[in-house]
Design a protein around this ligand. Structure first.
Ligand SMILES: CC(C)(COP(=O)(O)OP(=O)(O)OC[C@H]1O[C@@H](n2cnc3c(N)ncnc32)[C@H](O)[C@@H]1OP(=O)(O)O)[C@@H](O)C(=O)NCCC(=O)NCCS
Length: 170
């Protein structure tokens, strides 16, 4: 599966392959360093991303590829191991800082959503830092709804962070 370029870019959204793992890890590590989107604090290794690739058909990892350069990625994580939630996926989207604001996040999220529908998911969820305006705007413009706000949900570098729970129901 590969989809056409988002408006205003020459990027293609396609499934990640082993050769992409370094770029995917680098983009994620940039996000970890920024401290604005994840509670993770330790950089991820290429091997971690390789494990994501091996997670199976129901947990796709997509990349935005522009002329052979990976500029961003989107990934499905399992929401729960309980059978009742088999059709609920958790989504993670990261675009490298230099490539933000060009429609790549939207293109990645739309492509992942399309794949989720084909895989018979019935819902996607996301956990966003409440002060991460870009992510809230991205999901809103893709038709997601806000479920609610978890107050003091976790601590990052000792600071409490509120987490906005969002969902896309098919
Ligand atoms: C959130 C993120 C994925 C958005 O990707 P992007 O490629 O920059 O977003 P797009 O260009 O596709 O824009 C999507 C929407 O978000 C809006 N947006 C983008 N950056 C924004 C910002 N800094 N502030 C407010 N809105 C913003 C766009 O205007 C657009 O909304 P619109 O369609 O209503 O005009 C990107 O900022 C990022 O990787 N951030 C760090 C990681 C992160 O926060 N991930 C989300 C949590 S998993």
């Amino acid at each position: 599966m590969a989809s056409g370029p988002p408006a205003g870019t020459a990027a293609t959204i396609r499934p990640a392959v082993a050769a992409d793992t370094e770029a995917v890890a680098a983009i994620y590590n940039q996000g970890i360093e920024e401290r604005s989107s994840t509670f993770e604090t330790e950089p991820r290794e290429t091997a971690d991303v390789h494990a994501w690739l091996m997670a199976g058909e129901r947990l796709p990892l997509l990349v935005a590829d522009e002329g052979g350069r990976v500029l961003g990625w989107a990934r499905m994580l399992a929401y729960s191991e309980r059978a009742a939630y088999a059709g609920v996926g958790e989504v993670s989207v990261y675009v490298g800082a230099a490539a933000r604001g060009r429609g790549l996040g939207r293109a990645l999220l739309n492509a992942l959503e399309q794949q989720a529908r084909e895989l018979d998911y019935w819902k996607l969820v996301g956990n966003l830092f409440a002060d991460n305006a870009a992510s809230a705007r991205l999901v809103k413009s893709c038709g997601w709804r806000e479920v609610g706000l978890h107050l003091r949900h976790g601590r990052l570098d000792g600071e409490w962070r509120d987490v906005l729970l969002v969902e896309r129901v098919f």
